[in-house]
Design a protein around this ligand. Structure first.
Ligand SMILES: [Zn+2]
Length: 167
């Protein structure tokens, strides 16, 4: 996908995943109504719609902290977006170790999805269990690799006790 156009489109929400470490960050980039200013926030809580923290503004191709920034120059979110912005304004593309996912919506409940494995399968951690049961790969609808990731999510959801019981 053309991720550079996506980031600047006005109301972009996306997740960057480092596939070698498994680390990921979800950003929201909203454009000013009139000016070429982009306000960048990072997801820092459980609510994919609202748990965003402002980190800085892109103006004239430069990403900077402002007075309202809630993070410092050593924060992972600031450094990651600055790195992304530099690539965005160059002829380079993302390295193979970094994947870009635009936010999706759960096919069952419509909630926004930001976790790569959820975006790939189209369902959030609770709904995937309700749709596929405990063995999503047996349904044969999704790649084994994805179902392995979902397996992790299911376990996490179970640990958090947010999976509904089927009894
Ligand atoms: Zn759902």
């Amino acid at each position: 996908m053309d991720w550079k156009t996506f980031v600047k489109a006005g109301r972009a929400k996306f997740t960057l995943e480092n596939v070698s470490t498994g680390n990921r960050l979800t950003f929201r980039v909203n454009k000013h109504a009139d000016k070429d200013l982009w306000f960048v926030s990072v997801l820092n809580g459980p609510d994919n719609e609202n748990s965003f923290m402002y980190i800085g503004t892109t103006f004239d191709k430069e990403f900077k902290l402002t007075k309202k920034s809630r993070v410092g120059v050593t924060s992972q979110s600031y450094l990651t977006f600055k790195w992304l912005n530099d690539i965005l304004n160059s002829d380079e593309d993302l390295p193979n170790t970094v994947r870009f996912y635009h936010a999706g919506r759960c096919g069952r409940c419509g909630r926004e999805l930001t976790v790569p494995a959820s975006i790939e399968c189209g369902f959030g951690p609770e709904c995937v269990g309700l749709v596929y049961g405990d063995n999503p790969h047996l349904a044969g609808h999704i790649p084994l690799e994805t179902s392995k990731k979902i397996g992790k999510i299911l376990k996490t959801a179970n640990e958090l006790n947010c999976l509904q019981n089927s009894d």
